[in-house]
Design a protein around this ligand. Structure first.
Ligand SMILES: C[S@@+](CC[C@H](N)C(=O)[O-])C[C@H]1O[C@@H](n2cnc3c(N)ncnc32)[C@H](O)[C@@H]1O
Length: 218
């Protein structure tokens, strides 16, 4: 069995896709899992990732201050917050992204985030443009299913190939649930939840490549 870390995940969607293929997959987050499981480590990903994850890691660090859609808050803070808070949170977000992107002892690493603004890119250590940008609907077959959504998703990849889309949808009926999530305490949760079709493609395609990479490196 090969050990796979899914960092910054409470939903278990990517973890369960790897588990379904028989991998020794674990999710990790500072928050508890959304549903009961013995496959979740509640801790800082920077601590957890130090262990011997001998196949690969998929990381979903928080994007709130890094993503293009929130760049306006860096020039006009939201009600009740200061600009100083916003820039401090940007620094924190860039630090966490840098830590998971630059982890060296895990053979293959994928980091997922939306499109980033220039202030985030400038703060990330060893920043590179994302290897690819995909949409959830590209991995779905059912127009009424959970994958038929629009959400530009970028992957930064080390020793992994871009994902090949697996679905038959063409995007014309894709929903905008993520962009239209209504304000409220749960908005970030709706906006950050992952998609099962893309998770399945990650597990199927990347685990094969990660094993090939290990064999070639041996
Ligand atoms: C954008 S959300 C990703 C959610 C994920 N796609 C899912 O389906 O559960 C970012 C997650 O990072 C977690 N997080 C923030 N700082 C963290 C840290 N230092 N270590 C581990 N998780 C962290 C948050 O609690 C949040 O669940």
């Amino acid at each position: 069995m090969a050990k796979v870390l899914i960092g910054c995940e409470t939903s278990g969607i990517v973890r369960d896709a790897f588990l379904a293929l028989g991998h020794d997959a674990w999710s990790c987050d500072i928050l508890p899992p959304d549903t009961p499981t013995n496959r979740h480590i509640q801790d800082d990903v920077r601590t957890v990732m130090r262990a011997d994850w001998d196949l690969m890691a998929v990381m979903h660090p928080p994007c709130t201050r890094l993503c293009n859609s929130g760049v306006r808050w860096l020039s006009q803070a939201p009600p009740g917050r200061t600009l100083e808070d916003m820039w401090a949170e940007l620094d924190e977000g860039a630090k966490l992204f840098s830590a998971v992107w630059n982890v060296q002892h895990i053979p293959c690493v994928a980091v997922e985030n939306p499109v980033m603004h220039k202030h985030a890119k400038a703060r990330i250590e060893n920043y590179q443009p994302p290897a690819q940008t995909v949409q959830p609907w590209q991995f779905g077959d059912d127009a009424n299913g959970p994958d038929n959504e629009r959400k530009r998703t970028c992957f930064w990849l080390r020793n992994l190939p871009p994902l090949c889309p697996t679905g038959s949808l063409d995007g014309t009926t894709a929903r905008d649930t993520v962009a239209k999530a209504s304000p409220g305490a749960n908005r970030w949760k709706v906006r950050s939840k992952f998609f099962p079709g893309m998770a399945k493609a990650m597990a199927e395609q990347w685990s094969v490549h990660a094993f090939q990479h290990l064999a070639e490196a041996a």
